[in-house]
Design a protein around this ligand. Structure first.
Ligand code: APR
Length: 183
């Protein structure tokens, strides 16, 4: 099952799947601030991409990157040109600026894709796994960030959310209907 929406000539898609199989210009990762790999989508991406990505992260970003920001590397063995490692917030109840930090992580990923000149980008559901961010709120923040980005100058023609479970896909689908009712 998938969903899609065209805004200002740019395509936003929701699909169920494994982001490491995406053959798009850039694939975003849900990383941690240390940029040293981990479980979840971070683990899947490093396993599929190979050890060169971690080597590049260590040499180019020895101090990692703060929550709410994103950095780019090559994509190793993945069918993409670039990886964008975004750091979302850990959910601690909603009183520590988590919503703003999640929006910033998506905005940073989109800005990094534009700096690279990427025309297509695959995004995971940042912070909605190990970082325990609430599903419905996280989906709305994610879609709002992309729809806002589509309203400005961007090289992106396609942004595809690759969601790993029916539950997550459904939450994004409901949020998309709320943010952009069917034509
Ligand atoms: N493709 C797409 N999405 C995936 C994949 C995959 N192969 N594997 C997991 N996901 C989904 C999860 O189901 C969840 O919906 O990615 C979303 C984000 O979950 P996590 O990967 O747990 O990321 P996050 O919640 O942001 O936590 C980040 O986890 O792996 C560590 O190093 C990472 O410390 C960081 C933390």
């Amino acid at each position: 099952m998938s969903r899609g929406l065209t805004v200002a000539g740019r395509r936003l898609e929701l699909v169920r799947g494994d982001i490491t199989t995406q053959a798009l210009d850039a694939i975003a990762n849900a990383a941690n601030a240390a940029l040293r790999g981990g479980g979840g989508v971070d683990g899947a991406i490093h396993t599929a991409a190979g050890p060169g990505v971690l080597d590049e992260l260590r040499s180019r970003y020895p101090s990692g990157t703060p929550t709410g920001t994103a950095v780019a590397t090559a994509a190793g063995r993945l069918k993409a040109r670039w990886l964008i490692h975004a750091v979302g917030p850990v959910w601690t109840g909603g009183t520590h600026g988590e919503e703003a930090l999640l929006a910033a992580a998506y905005r940073s990923s989109l800005a990094a894709a534009d700096r690279l000149g990427a025309r297509s980008l695959a995004l995971p559901a940042i912070s909605l796994g190990i970082y325990r961010f609430p599903l419905r709120a996280g989906a709305r923040i994610a879609l709002d960030a992309v729809l806002h980005h589509f309203g400005g100058e961007t090289s992106l023609e396609l942004v595809r959310f690759v969601l790993y479970s029916d539950e997550t896909l459904s939450a994004f689908s409901v949020a998309l209907d709320e943010l952009a009712p069917p034509a």
